[in-house]
Design a protein around this ligand. Sequence first.
Ligand code: MBD
Ligand code: FE
Length: 309
Amino acid sequence: MNVRISHTASAQKFLEDASGLLNDQGNPRAKALIYRILRDSVNIIEDLQVTPQEFWKAVNYLNELGTRQEAGLLVAGLGLEHYLDLLMDAEDEQAGKAGGTPRTIEGPLYVAGAPLADGFARLDDGVDPGVVLFMQGQVKNTDGTPLAGAVVDVWHANTGGTYSYFDGSQSEFNLRRRIVTDAEGRYRFQSIVPSGYGCPPDGPTQQLLDQLGRHGQRPAHIHFFISADDHRHLTTQINLDGDQYLHDDFAYATRDELIARITFSDDQQRAAEHGVSGRFAEIDFDFTLQSTAQPQEQQRSERVRALEA
Ligand code: MBD
Ligand code: FE
């Protein structure tokens, strides 16, 4: 027996009242959103005959998600953050905004205010014994013009797949830098080859993924915010070719144009030119930005981020 009451006038009035729609205080946008969320929630409860036991389990899940600070991780894992990218891509296409390096999700692990450097930076603090990585490239406009003075804000995981700040065992801003491009629009950095990320195995995100029969792994990747005057802010990542999860990312961030070839070398003459010895890896990757006169498009989207002023 499936009893429904959401269609009745009294139930609808009740949801309007609970959403504040019957008063003239508060915020109209918040009311509209909450009204829709309440209506959709009771529809889900009635359609799927959600039991009180299931309902309270879900409430407790949200508490655990917050306690563990994993809400940003869950929305990435459920593909919702990628869905926002797909929607923005479609909006761009309709507005005729084409070309340039594709966007892909930011993820939950950015920290604002990394040290600034001109042209070159070393990202790692020397503690992680990973393979030395040299990455370089150019920031350009879609017409091919190099963009001097662009900011390449880069962050990535260590060989354990963890990020400084969130992993308190790493030094401050380890594997995080902002690099200003030189007169030819070039950036260069030395770091270590990152490992892929895995969701905390004992956390609520992995617990839910287990229920879906899904893993919580990402391929090795490097995040970027690229910005330049009079150009659209770009949020993107590169995914390292050859990783077993390259096309099986739990957060759906991989895009064909963002797969970066990584070459490993034991050539000690080249190593010496880089000022190192032993095995090292290289990545060349250029970023292309769309022009815009709109100041709003030149900045990253608003979001609560660690250490953001
Ligand atoms: C990450 O490193 C990441 O980039 C995303 C999207 C989710 C979890 C960890
Ligand atoms: Fe990441």
